[in-house]
Design a protein around this ligand. Structure first.
Ligand SMILES: C[S@@+](CC[C@H](N)C(=O)[O-])C[C@H]1O[C@@H](n2cnc3c(N)ncnc32)[C@H](O)[C@@H]1O
Length: 427
């Protein structure tokens, strides 16, 4: 692993080197808020004013990326640099802040971020007063991370191969503090624009990341795909003893992280955290709606459709923790293999969306069309679990034109295909 802060070579494809010179940076800082309709004219004007074309192109690219990055990092975007790939792969800042908080709560003081990308996780760690050694093998990306971490003197970017860890970074030893005491890895799970489903094709590969406890650190976090196999953390699995933690934001499952050591939840193989964004005083804040683990997970009963249907949050479903939601709403599963919960009375849960059941029909296009037309429904939201029917095709095939709205749920109970027509319960 190489030491020292990286610089972007002149051959960096993003043209970043122009921005790392004072006049380039000053231009970027002086640009107006990005407006796609005016970017072309702005570029022409700057070139006519004598700004070198490469510098103009690089500044406008960064301006566009900063605008796009606001979804992930909020107002911090305006002081950061990005690469298109780095932005796409970066953790959302509120989620990164939770990673950092977890490592801090595990007693970490100095974290090795092994494959730091443009540095959003590292930024959150540094912002929580952790020392960070951020390792990145791509030169331009490392340069960007260096810029993004410039306000934190205890955060250093190392250009090099993370799989060399801990060769060039000292791990804290009992009695000799100051070394790295926690490791974070967020392997690249895309190559050539494609998602890599095989964890051994990730960079670095998952098997390498699962070896990090052997380096002597007290806590490890490894970000993985939300589709990660439960068998990994089950008894006999390669990550038995780790906690696999799924997180959703506003209903989208954004990640799973494998936590080990002081960062794991004692006795829990799986957990789910549901986050929601709320706007307060004009600013968006991400709040936790709830966290569940598989400790004491009840096996839910199975039974017929009641007056209400609950759709557990995706993180709860991915983590296999629907039994907790069923217990909380006093409900039962329609089918033991399908994550829909039904109940006779309405007990809302912050970890599920609730619907009032209007009708339960055996599956049949004509029957469903007749029901919806008969009830003046012109617009449908289609949801499905355990059904092969394509929602878009169904919407087209229904040919509805009424004024009303309904949610159509395609599912099954055993071999019996069912359609539920439901209405969302509003809080
Ligand atoms: C998913 S991104 C990290 C994103 C980061 N957590 C963030 O929030 O910005 C993974 C990064 O790991 C880097 N990487 C992949 N293999 C590496 C290796 N062997 N050594 C160092 N960096 C590596 C890639 O270049 C990529 O920038």
């Amino acid at each position: 692993m190489g030491e020292g802060a990286a610089g972007a070579g002149d051959g960096a494809p993003t043209g970043l080197s122009a921005l790392l010179r004072p006049e380039g940076w000053a231009l970027l800082e002086a640009l107006p808020p990005y407006d796609p309709d005016r970017a072309l004219a702005l570029g022409e004007r700057l070139r006519a004013d004598g700004v070198p074309p490469g510098t103009v192109a690089a500044a406008l690219t960064q301006s566009r990326l900063r605008a796009a990055a606001r979804d992930k990092v909020g107002a911090f975007a305006d002081g950061m640099l990005f690469t298109p790939d780095g932005l796409e792969q970066a953790t959302r800042l509120p989620v990164a802040a939770r990673h950092a908080a977890r490592l801090r709560a595990a007693g970490a003081t100095r974290v090795a971020d092994l494959g730091c990308g443009i540095g959003v996780d590292a930024l959150a760690m540094a912002g929580m007063d952790l020392a960070v050694d951020a390792v990145e093998r791509d030169e331009a990306t490392a340069a960007v991370a260096t810029v993004n971490l410039r306000h934190f003197p205890r955060a250093r970017v190392h250009l090099g191969d993370a799989t060399g860890f801990p060769a060039a970074l000292p791990v804290a030893q009992p009695g000799t503090p100051g070394g790295v005491d926690a490791a974070w890895a967020d392997p690249a799970r895309r190559a050539g624009g494609r998602r890599l489903t095989d964890p051994e094709a990730w960079s670095p590969p998952l098997s390498w990341a699962l070896g990090l406890p052997g380096t002597g650190v007290r806590a490890v976090g490894v970000k993985v795909a939300p589709g990660v196999d439960h068998a990994l953390v089950a008894p006999g699995g390669p990550a038995h003893g780790w906690t696999a933690a799924w997180t959703s934001v506003d209903g989208d499952v954004v990640e799973a992280v494998l936590w080990w050591g002081a960062a794991a939840v004692t006795g829990a193989a799986r957990s789910a955290t549901v986050l929601r964004s709320v706007t307060r005083d004009g600013a968006v804040e991400v709040q936790e709606a709830g966290t569940l683990t598989d400790v004491g997970l009840p096996v839910p009963p199975v039974g017929g459709v009641g007056a209400y249907l609950h759709e557990p949050d995706g993180a709860v479903v991915r983590a296999g923790l629907v039994g907790h939601v069923a217990a909380a709403v006093g409900g039962r599963l329609l089918d033991p293999m399908i994550a829909y919960v039904t109940a006779d009375d309405l007990v809302p849960s912050p970890l599920a969306r609730s619907y009032e059941v209007r009708a339960v029909l055996p599956w049949g296009l004509k029957r469903l069309r007749a029901y919806l037309r008969g009830h003046g429904v012109g617009r449908v939201t289609v949801k499905r679990r355990g059904s092969p029917i394509d929602p878009d095709e169904l919407r087209r095939a229904l040919r509805l034109d009424g004024d009303g709205e309904a949610t159509v749920v395609l599912t099954r109970r055993g071999d019996e295909r069912l359609v539920l027509v439901v209405d969302p319960v509003t809080a």
